[in-house]
Ligand binder design. Sequence first.
Ligand code: NAP
Ligand code: GLV
Ligand code: GLV
Length: 332
Amino acid sequence: MRIVVTRRPPGDALDMLRSAGQVWVWKEDTPIPRHVLEEQAPRANALYTMLNDRVDRPLIDTAKRLVVISNMAVGVDNIDLVVCHERGIPVGHTPDVLTETTADTAFGLMLAAARRFRGGLEYVRRGKWDEWEPRLLLGHDVYGSTLGLIGFGRVGRAVARRATGFRMSVLYAARHRQALAEADLGAHYVTLPELLRESDHVIVAVPLTEETRGMIDAAALRAMKHTATLVNIARGPIVDSEALIVALRTGEIAAAGIDVIDPEPPPPDHTLLHLENCFVIPHLGSSTERTRAAMAELAAENVIAGLRGEPLPAEVPPPSSGGVGNRRSLAG
Ligand code: NAP
Ligand code: GLV
Ligand code: GLV
């Protein structure tokens, strides 16, 4: 069995995979070039991919021996799930093991944006820290404020649990109401317009799909409070970058915390990287030693089960079930 791994994973994943077959791994510290992936795919029984590898119909069409695809991420918008479903190829991902770490990152970005950490850091670095000033870099409170969660799945609910310690009121928007989790966490189900209007801090935690692409556009940003912060922990294209630049420059919203951006990676001169009220980190949502190792190992378990013809420990639901993933996100 030939297992193609598109980037060296952390933890014990490679040793686990070697016990299940012959492993070919792209060893460079760069994403695998498309032509190399195209060379490898037809020879692969299993593909172990990263979230920045495009696994689309043309690639899958040439991969005649493929029996399993395993993405080392929970999001699978980089994979054409419809083709996989047609071909009967199960797709694995890494839910749960990264939820709490990602929620920590979301909370950190909210605090950093709302309390102007970037402005403070730049002020200090420019040698401007002179005397204590009563009106220096005034931000907006997180404690006791209203949090709006767009998406109330694993990550959204984990953020809500943190918010209770900050005595926040929690609103959420999603396609379905979650009565149990609502009762548990004291969250309120609202429409997206209500959420945008009422929230002091908005955190985006939905998958990238045909429906969520561009969900936070100019109109959505205008609907938010002038004092509000926006955090994107989900996928870059859910937020319209150009609209966000306008909103941050004109003060339609106060600040943003960005883990994911459109395009990703951004060019070094991307305006969002250079606005003082935009706190940007490079897709670090799940990046702790323990969590990345757990993701890599779960992704290896998915490969091993798939090669044996067994159900994957973490299998992406088929596209028709209204679960994650979609086709249009692959167009770009
Ligand atoms: P999840 O448990 O599947 O939760 C997704 C949530 O989004 C659910 O509440 C779902 O509810 C909602 N949703 C889906 N489509 C929607 C739509 N069209 N409109 C409104 N709500 C919608 O997924 P998760 O584990 O929390 O992860 C969410 C996403 O975050 C992942 O897909 C991934 O892209 C991203 N992520 C990023 C990082 C990072 O490193 N930055 C880490 C982890 C996850 P309904 O089905 O009821 O609509
Ligand atoms: C990270 O963004 C993931 O989807 O796991
Ligand atoms: C601030 O440091 C204070 O003591 O109020």
